[in-house]
Design a protein around this ligand. Structure first.
Ligand code: GLY
Length: 354
């Protein structure tokens, strides 16, 4: 048996002699991937930030920081912090709708393209900015994902302050939902009489700078009234968001369970790698989600009984977004300024199952 030190020394010797594959440097990796996979075309180096519509202020903040020289991941995390700390957005951070027990549990993940690093937290309680804790997991540990009590302990050790995340508005919404429960209720059913805008929400933000460096982040309070311990797609790399610095970044908002099965973030980047535009890639990912959807979540015509939006940015600054049902918008900021644009869609809005 080799001890760890002897193993490392032996591996280094074998590698130097050419018997083991040598890890590529970041530059070699990007050159290699670019040679094999990136569709031919001039590199334009065009900064761009794209997000879900609730990130309209955040994309502007992130874009301004990126063009002033801030790292892409730091910039978009500052962008999503605006929403995490906004008590009126009941789908993210402070004021997020709670789980079925009235506890706000937050999920977030991020990826930093240039260094190929990733971090995430799930079911994090009492800390309003899970995106920053996800980045801390990336920066200060060798791990990629921390959950529950361990994630909170880690955040507190780094000095994150705990606070009550359940606002009075969200508590009232939760009580109204709870008051409708009775013995006959099925956990899979939602009560249509409780009119709440945010039963799932989330913010995903993706960015590229002039050097072609790419990052992504997604943060959420998850599905309202979820079971204690439920994780959605947001803390899952490859689902809620994904970055490959050679290609671009993508992420999503909407019913996370459907996205997890399609690995939506990863798949969108892979479609772009194979030549699709960001919008085409987002649409193809939605098609795959429908393909992967179980029967109970489809209507009689095979249309989904849920909605999801996908957002994508390519390394050259092209961007796009798509949604299942016509009507949704997304936020973008580039040299033309911050604005909302309509998402491409798979189904006409009138076709949405009621
Ligand atoms: N996409 C957010 C969630 O399902 O939790």
């Amino acid at each position: 048996m080799l001890d760890r030190r002897s193993f490392l020394e032996t591996s280094a010797l074998l590698s130097a002699l050419g018997f083991l594959p040598r890890a590529l440097s970041a530059e070699e990796y990007e050159r290699d991937v670019a040679r094999r996979d990136v569709p031919a075309g001039p590199f334009r180096g065009r900064p761009c930030v794209v997000s879900s519509a609730n990130g309209i202020a955040g994309v502007k903040l992130a874009y301004d920081r990126i063009t002033a020289g801030t790292d892409t991941l730091d910039a978009i995390i500052a962008g999503v912090n605006l929403v995490e700390l906004d008590p009126n957005d009941q789908s993210v951070g402070l004021g997020g709708l709670p789980n079925e027990e009235g506890v706000v549990q937050l999920d977030a993940s991020c990826m930093h393209g240039p260094t190929r690093r990733a971090g995430a937290v799930g079911c994090l309680e009492e800390i309003a900015t899970p995106s920053l804790v996800a980045k801390a997991v990336m920066d200060y540990t060798t791990h990629v994902l921390l959950v529950g009590a361990g994630a909170k302990k880690f955040a507190q050790a780094l000095g994150f302050k705990t606070q009550t995340l359940l606002t009075e508005k969200s508590r009232q919404d939760w009580l109204r939902w709870k008051s409708r429960l009775n013995k006959g209720d099925n956990w899979l059913d939602h009560d249509d009489d409780v009119k709440i805008n945010w039963t799932h929400g989330t913010i995903n933000m993706n960015a590229v700078n002039a050097a072609g460096d790419v990052s992504s982040v997604t943060t959420t309070s998850g599905l309202a009234w979820k079971l204690d311990g439920r994780l959605g797609d947001s803390p899952i790399h490859g689902a809620g968001q994904y970055t490959d610095n050679a290609i671009g970044a993508a992420g999503s908002t909407g019913l996370g369970e459907m996205n997890i099965k399609a690995c939506g973030g990863f798949l969108t980047v892979e479609f772009m790698r194979n030549g699709a535009t960001p919008e085409q890639a987002a649409l193809k990912t939605l098609e795959r989600m429908v393909h992967m959807t179980e029967a109970r979540m489809l209507d009689e015509k095979g249309r989904p009984r849920y909605d999801i939006q996908v957002y994508a940015v390519a390394k050259d600054g092209r961007y796009g977004s798509a949604t299942m049902y016509e009507g949704a918008s997304f936020a973008v900021c580039d040299e033309k300024g911050a604005r909302l644009e309509k998402c491409a869609f798979l189904f006409k809005g009138a076709e949405r199952p009621r």
